[in-house]
Design a protein around this ligand. Structure first.
Ligand SMILES: [Zn+2]
Ligand SMILES: [Zn+2]
Length: 320
């Protein structure tokens, strides 16, 4: 029996065209299985039902072979498995026609060999794409680190915001300066706010600014590197924000040291290379390499282990 399979590719009209071609080729509309979802979903209930239904001696007709699988390899495996079950596959519109139901047709055999060759080529291409993605990530690391020009006025505004209790993320949003510029040029944050002026921070705490007396959570509030712990609740917000940022220090021997820093122990006047997620703008800050250098392998590996995407886009694990 002749069975048909159609799967949406780009448009609904395209699906109708596949079905038309199958009925014209003599497949009963009742025997045409269809998958209408496209895109990322891997579920293909139409194909599953068809594979359940197909019996020895049946032939599955498709408009083009790419409808059967997601990759050449996928398609080839499916054709092979079906042939083991005595089910043939025939395409209607590809430049190379295959009919795996006829084991004596030399052209059909040649087509299967060609498909295997294409599968091999596809694997090579995907390796090349991975290498390209890596090169893009490396180039980006270089671009990210390019030193930026900062004016006295910008710096004065940033200092004012910071001393008022704004977090680094808020200062970045308001001044347009990069994180590495801020860490590089901003003077050390005063240990405690020097004035009683209300904080310009959008995240003003709703509790009053009394000294923080919460006990039992000391470890989390103390800087793990220098032990500093702010004495007021208002200073705690930018402090905890500072501790959220991961610093990766590259030692001269090539080892990477992961640290958290509060405003008291943050490195100043060193070159800092930022790794920024394109969605949320956060990511580790790297020291110990020159800003015009590519990100070294230890840093790329660190990011890879934490499931960062470094291909076309730089994305943190929360935003891939
Ligand atoms: Zn510290
Ligand atoms: Zn992100």
């Amino acid at each position: 029996m002749e069975l048909g399979y159609a799967r949406v590719s780009t448009t609904k009209q395209d699906l109708d065209r596949q079905i038309d071609a199958l009925t014209t080729a003599g497949v009963d509309e009742q025997r045409i299985y269809v998958d209408k979802k496209s895109g990322a979903t891997t579920e293909r209930p139409g194909l599953s039902a068809l594979l359940d239904y197909a019996r020895d001696g049946d032939v599955i007709m498709v408009h083009t072979l790419d409808r059967l699988g997601r990759t050449v390899r996928d398609t080839l495996n499916l054709i092979h498995d079906l042939r083991e079950r005595g089910v043939g596959v025939r395409n209607l519109a590809d430049p190379i026609r295959i009919d795996s139901s006829d084991p004596d047709d030399p052209m059909a055999q040649l087509a299967v060999v060609l498909l295997a060759l294409f599968g091999q080529m596809e694997r090579t291409y995907s390796l090349e794409r991975a290498a390209h993605a890596r090169a893009v990530a490396t180039a980006k690391g270089r671009r990210i680190g390019r030193p930026s020009v900062v004016s006295e006025a910008q710096l004065a505004y940033a200092t004012q915001l910071r001393d008022g209790g704004a977090t680094v993320a808020e200062i970045v949003a308001k001044t347009g300066l990069t994180r590495s510029t801020l860490y590089r040029h901003l003077p050390t944050r005063p240990a405690d706010p020097v004035t009683a002026a209300p904080t310009p921070s959008a995240h003003t705490p709703t509790v009053s600014a009394e000294p923080d007396t919460a006990a039992g959570s000391e470890d989390r509030l103390e800087c793990p590197t220098c032990g500093y712990r702010p004495s007021t609740r208002r200073a705690m917000i930018p402090h905890l924000d500072d501790l959220d940022t991961v610093w990766l220090h590259l030692d001269p021997d090539g080892q990477v040291r992961e640290q958290r820093h509060c405003a008291q122990c943050q490195p100043h006047d060193v070159e800092i290379v930022e790794v920024n997620c394109e969605r949320c703008g956060t990511g580790p800050l790297v020291t110990g390499i020159r800003a015009d250098e590519a990100l070294p392998d230890v840093v790329l590996n660190w990011l890879g282990e934490r499931r960062w995407e470094l291909g076309q886009n730089t994305l943190c694990p929360k935003h891939i």
